[in-house]
Structure formats: C-alpha cells, structure tokens
Design a protein around this ligand. Structure first.
Ligand code: AMP
Length: 192
C-alpha cells in the first residue's frame, strides 16, 4: 500500500499516519521528522535545513529529495509507505512520480486532511506547550499555514485530477478521523 498524507500543519497527519501504518503494516515515513532528526544529530544536512525548519519555510526540493531517497527506497522494499509531509509542492509531486516510476512505487492514494485555520492554530498552540516544537509558536505556525496554502494546497487538485484523492474531515475527534481514514483505505489494502 502506498499512501500520501496531505494537509496543513497540525491537521493530524502524524497521529493518523502512524495509526494507518500500524493497521496495514506498512512503513510510516515523515519528511519533517526525518529533517528534525538530522538537525538534532548535527549532520551536514541538518545544518543546511535548520534555519528553514525554525522559520517554517520549506527546505529546498533537492535537499528534501536527498534526505528522503534512501528511506523511501527502504520503505518500498518493506511493503510500501505512508508518506507524511512529502510531497509539499507540485514540483516534488512530479519528482516523486519520476522516482517512483523507476522502482514501481507510484502513490495509489492521497488522503487530504481538511481543517480550517482557526482550529489549526488552536492545535499548534497546545502542541507548542506540550511538545515544545519551536515551529509551533504562533507566528511561525501562522507562516506554515500560509506556506501550506501557497505551495501545498495545489496538490489537492493535482491528485484529484489523477483520481487519487480522498478528503477527510480532519476537524473531527481523533478516533473518528481514524475510523473514516481506515474505512476509506480498506479497499486499497484488499487490492494490494
Ligand atoms: P512537518 O513535520 O511535516 O510539519 O515539517 C516540519 C518542517 O520540515 C516544515 O515546516 C519544513 O521546514 C520541513 N519540511 C518537511 N517536509 C518538507 C518537504 N516535503 N519539503 C520541504 N520542506 C519540508
């Protein structure tokens, strides 16, 4: 099963992505987590992306691809992927299509976590307090929502046009969202 998760910051992609991955027994891969771990480990790649992460800007496409290529390759050889946070713009979507075509791993479905901005800001505020993510403080969170609207939201039409899009009302309580996503994905698991 090869699933993409698309949605603004704090729309629940991480929580739901882990649940989807556990349920269908496929690897979960988060581009943001991957970058944060590089920053924490102080690797050269981590140094290159630290400022963008702190500012809530997207890291350059080629850097993101470099970080993701190997983990994505590994995931594909272990049954597919639940990919959280990549692609983040149409150029990355095209890169993924090219890369995936070479190794037979094109995405089968894109789940869009739809939530309005006011709810997102409520969530980033409580996450900033609970987890201390520096990019969840209000000003940066607002910027990340704007970056999503400008760069990432066009992916909704991109995947709708390909017939891959499923919309989920991600303002609902966590367990209700999980139920809706798993139900929508079940037919794809049976096909796999
Ligand atoms: P996330 O954990 O998905 O909210 O991502 C945290 C941060 O990592 C983002 O604000 C970006 O700075 C960076 N990031 C994650 N995924 C990507 C991507 N696909 N392209 C560029 N930057 C990304």
């Amino acid at each position: 099963m090869r699933v993409l998760l698309i949605g603004p910051p704090a729309s629940g992609k991480g929580t739901q992505g882990r649940r989807i991955a556990a349920h269908f027994d496929v690897p979960y891969l988060s581009s943001g987590e991957l970058l944060r771990s590089q920053v924490a480990a102080g690797t050269p790649l981590g140094h290159r992306v630290a400022d963008d992460l702190a500012a809530g800007d997207l890291v350059p496409d080629e850097v993101m691809l470099e970080a993701l290529r190997e983990p994505l390759h590994e995931a594909m050889s272990s049954g597919g992927y639940v990919l959280d946070g990549f692609p983040r713009n149409v150029a990355q979507a095209r890169e993924l299509e090219t890369f995936a075509a070479k190794i037979g791993g094109a995405p089968e479905i894109a789940v869009w976590f739809d939530v309005e901005d006011a709810e997102l800001l409520k969530r980033t505020r409580s996450r900033a307090l609970a987890e201390g993510r520096v990019d969840d403080v209000d000003k940066v969170a607002r910027h990340r929502i704007d970056v999503y609207a400008a760069a990432t939201a066009p992916l909704v039409d991109h995947y709708r046009a390909q017939g891959l899009l499923i919309r989920v009302d991600a303002a609902k309580p966590v367990d209700a969202v999980t139920g809706a996503v798993l139900a929508a994905l079940e037919p794809f698991a049976k096909l796999a």
